[in-house]
Ligand binder design. Structure first.
Ligand code: C2E
Ligand code: CA
Ligand code: CA
Ligand code: CA
Length: 279
């Protein structure tokens, strides 16, 4: 019986795929990374299509891993969501972004606002609005300089509860954007009741917007929907001048993407800003 038990244990170990083992290792590693300050916030400019000026920044987390190098959030955010680590991680990103933006403001660098991504779990956290209020108080950032991004699918799941939370946040004076718009299933009745300012068109509808009729039709519908609801609209993942031109001609307000800039470290962002002031 003992031998069979041992075999079974071996079976389980060998049946675990490399990626499952990796996942377990990664979870402990991520806990440690949070404690040891290995996370970094990068910032990607958002640009007004008419004036070419920066209208805001999106804060995007990265992990400066001691062995694996700079890791993209796609490799650890889902894990953080599953394990609950997203709550301390998300709170850290929020505070970091607010503190940094306030520091820039105090130095006379005004980039309008900083947008921070919220995961579903974070947003559904009991008393989440108090966490936000506390971060604003602690960092001194004016609420109107903060934008929170919540994905369309997360917003539409339990939409009645979403309205309550968004109202609490909106009453504080910050702005709200619906991220990855077009990939979820929006109820327009709910969308209309959300106290939001902006829709972000998902990158999947922008990739070939300048050369694919179906993508173009969807992107155009989202731009018109936003404007009919008096919302701003921004396109994500803009990589080419021809996409910018297409979007500009259809009245899209803002763009974000590699065409203008990749997400940048604080230092690289400051170089970009001082270079553009010199022009
Ligand atoms: P997202 O919120 O949709 O962020 C946009 C992603 O598109 C970013 O990926 C950005 O680097 C990338 N991107 C921007 N412009 C372009 C472009 O022109 N072409 C292409 N191909 N990609 C572009 P990133 O930084 O790897 O983040 C991936 C996702 O991870 C984010 O998607 C967001 O869902 C999540 N994430 C990042 N930071 C946080 C965070 O602090 N909290 C939470 N909850 N999620 C985060
Ligand atoms: Ca986002
Ligand atoms: Ca997005
Ligand atoms: Ca996305």
């Amino acid at each position: 019986a003992k031998a069979a038990g041992k075999n079974r244990a071996q079976f389980y170990v060998s049946a675990m795929s490399d990626s499952a083992v990796n996942y377990l290792l990664l979870e402990n590693d991520l806990r440690r990374a949070l404690e040891q300050n290995e996370l970094r916030v990068f910032y990607q400019p958002q640009v007004d299509l008419n004036t070419g000026r920066i209208t805001g920044l999106e804060a995007l987390v990265r992990w400066q891993h001691k062995d694996r190098g700079l890791m993209s959030p796609v490799h650890f955010i889902p894990l953080a969501e599953e394990t609950g680590l997203i709550e301390p991680l998300g709170a850290w990103v929020l505070e970091q972004a607010c503190a940094r933006f306030q520091h820039w403001l105090a130095a006379g660098i005004d980039l309008c606002k900083v947008a921070v991504n919220l995961s579903t779990r974070q947003f559904r956290q009991e008393g989440f609005e108090h966490t936000v209020a506390q971060v604003l108080r602690k960092t001194g950032l004016p609420a109107q300089c903060l934008e929170l991004e919540i994905t369309e699918s997360s917003a539409m799941e339990n939409a009645a509860n979403t309205i309550n939370m968004l109202n609490c946040l909106s009453d504080m004076g910050l702005s709200l954007a619906i991220d990855d718009f077009g990939t979820g299933y929006s109820s327009l009745a709910y969308l209309q009741r959300f106290p939001i300012q902006k829709l972000k068109i998902d990158r999947s509808f922008i990739t070939n917007v300048d050369r694919d009729d179906q993508e173009a039709a969807i992107a155009k519908s989202i731009i018109d929907l936003a404007h009919n609801m008096s919302l701003e609209v921004i396109a994500e993942g803009v990589e080419r001048a021809s996409q910018c031109q297409w979007l500009g001609e259809r009245g899209c307000d803002q763009v974000q993407g590699y065409f203008y800039s990749k997400p940048l470290s604080e230092e690289a962002l400051m170089n970009l800003v001082s270079d553009s002031e010199r022009v």
